[in-house]
Design a binder for this molecule. Structure first.
Ligand SMILES: Cc1cc2nc3c(=O)[nH]c(=O)nc-3n(C[C@H](O)[C@H](O)[C@H](O)COP(=O)(O)OP(=O)(O)OC[C@H]3O[C@@H](n4cnc5c(N)ncnc54)[C@H](O)[C@@H]3O)c2cc1C
Length: 391
């Protein structure tokens, strides 16, 4: 594993840090907590600035308007822009669109790229990824999948009930996981435009934290006709393709969460340097110093795990074990760091004057979404006990 960051990535990292500090963080106050949205004209204005600075869709190849970074470079840049919770959307690399772009880049044919991928990478439309279903359907265990597509001539008739589909309200299309002809083995992925008759966005589910535009939605599909040319890949490739998306997408979550964990500690550091208690600065009390040191250890460990998993993906090696370790560790680290930062900042940390309370609520989802920590521990255990991985 290479520990030196290439000069071009290092320069880009500095550029992103400056850009975030100057052009993004000052606009965080325009973010509406209740709707998860920012004023549209402001979004357009900032996105234009991002494009002018050549920072748009940083994860994509240069030929598609991105920065041509490999997975390790992407990890470094995403961790930097993750310092602001509004940055990923403004850079057009937020979940779920970023993961959906990756999947379409790898698996879509030319026609599908033209209709779904190109407008997505241009930031003209948004998308959703619909896998999770209400009980007894698919959740942590995808083998309970109930949504079903029945082949009828040159189309499929899709029926199902999904929820927690991030960004679905206002999305132009959804990437939907469904069985085919009730066969789990034939699980496939369908590209479903949201103006398809029979599709319904039932509601944006009220959640603990904030969310980007489009919320986390409950959806129903009632006899939705999906032309066969809207199938991604072939019949039965649903789970292998979903791994193409979910592996890197879990890792890009880690990258953004590391940024947020670092930002939380920066906010706490600023407070601890200035606030005096019991005759000395907060930062001079050992109990507080250890909170910073523990956070540094956890953030650095999570960063190393994330970079290792990114390195394996870049080398096209099996990264599942490493991704599970990283996703489990970083999601827990984010929660611990934000919690410590709030404690250090006292009542101000608990207030809405700082952003820590928002990070606290948002961070809680990290331990559940894209596989709860327990599922990642299960994957790690299986890797060890099958002899495929060592301690
Ligand atoms: C903010 C947010 C955004 C999301 N966005 C999307 C999205 O865009 N698209 C999408 O398809 N889904 C999305 N999800 C759903 C998410 O991926 C699921 O919540 C997750 O996979 C867990 O499924 P579940 O909620 O049904 O939990 P369940 O399957 O009901 O599991 C409940 C709990 O059981 C425990 N558990 C599960 N398995 C094990 C095990 N093997 N051992 C021990 N304990 C276990 C875990 O603690 C888990 O939290 C989102 C969720 C959230 C919170």
């Amino acid at each position: 594993m290479e520990f030196d960051i290439p000069q071009n990535v290092l320069e880009l990292k500095e550029k992103v840090r400056l850009f975030i500090n100057e052009n993004i963080i000052p606009h965080e106050s325009s973010y509406d907590y209740t709707t998860g949205r920012m004023p549209e004209d402001l979004v357009r204005e900032i996105r234009q600035k991002v494009k002018s600075a050549n920072l748009w869709t940083p994860h994509l190849p240069v030929s598609e308007g991105g920065l041509g970074l490999d997975m390790v470079g992407t990890a470094i840049i995403f961790s930097e822009l993750g310092r602001s919770f509004i940055a990923p959307y403004l850079f057009n690399c937020d979940a779920p669109d970023e993961g959906n772009m990756h999947l379409l880049h790898v698996a879509a044919n030319e026609r599908q790229k033209e209709i779904f991928y190109k407008p997505l990478i241009d930031g003209k439309i948004r998308s959703g990824f619909a896998m999770t279903e209400p009980p007894p359907g698919a959740g942590a265990d995808p083998s309970s999948l109930k949504t079903n597509a029945v082949k009828q001539g040159n189309k499929f008739i899709l029926n199902g009930h999904k929820w927690y589909c991030t960004g679905a309200n206002g999305a132009k299309f959804l990437i939907v996981m469904a069985k085919v002809n009730d066969s789990f083995r034939k699980t496939s992925i369908f590209l479903v435009p949201t103006d398809s008759p029979g599709y319904k966005m039932v509601r944006e589910i009220g959640v603990m934290g904030s969310h980007g535009p489009g919320g986390h939605c409950e959806l129903t599909f009632t006899d939705v006709e999906v032309p066969e040319e809207n199938m991604l890949g072939r019949i039965g490739e649903g789970f292998s393709l979903s791994q193409v998306r979910l592996g890197p997408a879990r890792l890009t979550h880690c990258m953004r969460w590391l940024g947020l964990a670092r930002r939380s500690m920066e906010i706490a550091m600023n407070y601890a340097k200035n606030r005096e208690v019991f005759g000395s600065k907060l930062a001079e009390h050992q109990g507080i110093q250890w909170m910073f040191s523990e956070s540094a250890l956890e953030i650095e460990s999570g960063y190393m795990l994330t970079l290792k998993a990114a390195h394996l993906l870049r080398s096209e090696k099996d990264a599942r074990h490493a991704i599970s370790l990283a996703k489990w560790q970083v999601s827990e680290t984010l929660n611990k760091c934000v919690d410590r930062a709030i404690q250090i900042c006292g009542s101000l940390g608990y207030s809405q004057d700082l952003k820590l309370e928002l990070f606290y609520r948002d961070g809680r989802a990290a331990r559940i979404a894209d596989g709860p920590s327990e599922v990642h521990k299960m994957v790690v255990f299986r890797g060890l006990f099958s002899g495929k991985h060592e301690f």
